[in-house]
Design a protein. Structure first.
Length: 121
Protein backbone atom coordinates (compact mmCIF):
# COMPACT_ATOMS: atom_id res chain seq x y z
CA UNK A 1 0.00 0.00 0.00
CA UNK A 2 1.38 3.38 -1.01
CA UNK A 3 1.83 5.99 1.70
CA UNK A 4 0.52 9.51 1.43
CA UNK A 5 3.20 11.68 -0.19
CA UNK A 6 5.15 8.78 -1.73
CA UNK A 7 5.74 8.84 -5.54
CA UNK A 8 3.45 5.85 -6.12
CA UNK A 9 0.51 7.29 -4.12
CA UNK A 10 -2.58 8.10 -6.17
CA UNK A 11 -5.11 10.15 -4.25
CA UNK A 12 -8.85 9.54 -4.45
CA UNK A 13 -9.58 12.82 -6.23
CA UNK A 14 -6.93 12.10 -8.88
CA UNK A 15 -8.11 8.51 -9.39
CA UNK A 16 -11.76 9.55 -9.61
CA UNK A 17 -11.14 12.41 -12.02
CA UNK A 18 -8.97 10.33 -14.36
CA UNK A 19 -11.56 7.53 -14.36
CA UNK A 20 -14.27 10.03 -15.26
CA UNK A 21 -12.24 11.55 -18.08
CA UNK A 22 -11.36 8.15 -19.52
CA UNK A 23 -14.94 6.97 -19.77
CA UNK A 24 -16.96 9.67 -21.55
CA UNK A 25 -17.89 7.92 -24.78
CA UNK A 26 -21.47 8.51 -25.99
CA UNK A 27 -22.36 4.87 -25.23
CA UNK A 28 -21.17 5.30 -21.63
CA UNK A 29 -23.20 8.50 -21.17
CA UNK A 30 -26.52 6.80 -21.93
CA UNK A 31 -28.69 6.33 -18.85
CA UNK A 32 -29.51 2.70 -18.03
CA UNK A 33 -33.17 1.85 -17.78
CA UNK A 34 -34.64 0.68 -14.50
CA UNK A 35 -37.03 -2.17 -13.98
CA UNK A 36 -40.34 -0.75 -12.70
CA UNK A 37 -39.93 -2.45 -9.32
CA UNK A 38 -36.46 -0.88 -8.94
CA UNK A 39 -37.88 2.53 -9.77
CA UNK A 40 -40.69 2.03 -7.23
CA UNK A 41 -38.21 1.00 -4.53
CA UNK A 42 -36.00 4.03 -5.20
CA UNK A 43 -38.98 6.39 -5.17
CA UNK A 44 -40.31 4.88 -1.91
CA UNK A 45 -36.90 5.30 -0.26
CA UNK A 46 -36.50 8.91 -1.39
CA UNK A 47 -40.04 9.76 -0.27
CA UNK A 48 -39.50 8.03 3.09
CA UNK A 49 -36.34 10.10 3.62
CA UNK A 50 -37.71 13.49 2.53
CA UNK A 51 -41.26 13.16 3.86
CA UNK A 52 -40.07 11.40 7.02
CA UNK A 53 -37.70 14.29 7.76
CA UNK A 54 -40.18 17.11 7.20
CA UNK A 55 -43.12 15.29 8.81
CA UNK A 56 -41.11 14.12 11.84
CA UNK A 57 -41.86 10.46 11.04
CA UNK A 58 -38.95 8.46 12.50
CA UNK A 59 -40.30 5.13 11.19
CA UNK A 60 -40.17 6.39 7.59
CA UNK A 61 -36.67 7.78 8.14
CA UNK A 62 -35.51 4.44 9.58
CA UNK A 63 -36.82 2.61 6.48
CA UNK A 64 -34.87 4.98 4.21
CA UNK A 65 -31.47 4.75 5.89
CA UNK A 66 -28.77 2.11 5.77
CA UNK A 67 -27.77 1.17 9.34
CA UNK A 68 -24.15 2.11 8.59
CA UNK A 69 -25.00 5.63 7.38
CA UNK A 70 -22.13 8.07 7.88
CA UNK A 71 -23.58 11.44 6.88
CA UNK A 72 -21.14 14.33 6.70
CA UNK A 73 -21.79 18.07 6.37
CA UNK A 74 -19.38 21.00 6.34
CA UNK A 75 -21.04 23.71 8.43
CA UNK A 76 -19.83 27.29 8.11
CA UNK A 77 -19.32 28.82 11.56
CA UNK A 78 -19.74 32.55 12.38
CA UNK A 79 -15.93 32.90 12.59
CA UNK A 80 -15.57 31.76 8.95
CA UNK A 81 -14.24 28.32 9.85
CA UNK A 82 -15.91 25.09 8.77
CA UNK A 83 -17.00 22.43 11.23
CA UNK A 84 -17.36 18.85 10.00
CA UNK A 85 -20.68 17.54 11.30
CA UNK A 86 -21.01 13.75 11.52
CA UNK A 87 -24.42 12.04 11.78
CA UNK A 88 -25.12 8.30 12.09
CA UNK A 89 -28.33 6.53 11.10
CA UNK A 90 -29.47 6.35 14.74
CA UNK A 91 -28.80 10.07 15.25
CA UNK A 92 -30.68 10.94 12.05
CA UNK A 93 -33.66 8.86 13.20
CA UNK A 94 -33.64 10.54 16.64
CA UNK A 95 -33.35 14.02 15.07
CA UNK A 96 -36.36 13.14 12.93
CA UNK A 97 -38.29 11.86 15.97
CA UNK A 98 -37.47 15.12 17.78
CA UNK A 99 -39.02 17.07 14.91
CA UNK A 100 -35.89 18.90 13.77
CA UNK A 101 -36.96 18.59 10.13
CA UNK A 102 -40.41 19.96 10.95
CA UNK A 103 -38.71 23.18 12.05
CA UNK A 104 -37.00 23.62 8.66
CA UNK A 105 -38.59 25.49 5.78
CA UNK A 106 -39.94 23.14 3.15
CA UNK A 107 -40.07 24.77 -0.25
CA UNK A 108 -42.72 22.52 -1.74
CA UNK A 109 -44.89 19.99 0.08
CA UNK A 110 -45.03 17.82 -3.04
CA UNK A 111 -41.76 15.97 -3.62
CA UNK A 112 -40.84 15.88 -7.29
CA UNK A 113 -39.14 12.63 -8.21
CA UNK A 114 -37.18 11.39 -11.20
CA UNK A 115 -35.35 8.10 -10.76
CA UNK A 116 -32.77 9.06 -13.40
CA UNK A 117 -31.58 11.81 -11.05
CA UNK A 118 -30.61 9.21 -8.45
CA UNK A 119 -28.77 6.75 -10.70
CA UNK A 120 -25.08 6.31 -9.95
CA UNK A 121 -22.98 5.72 -13.05
Amino acid sequence: MARLGSPDYVGYRHAASSATRADTSPARLEQPSLHPTDNDAIERTVRDYVDGWYDGNAERMARALHPDLAKRAALLQPNGQFLLDLTSANEMIELTRAGVGKQKARLDKKTQFSSSTYLAT
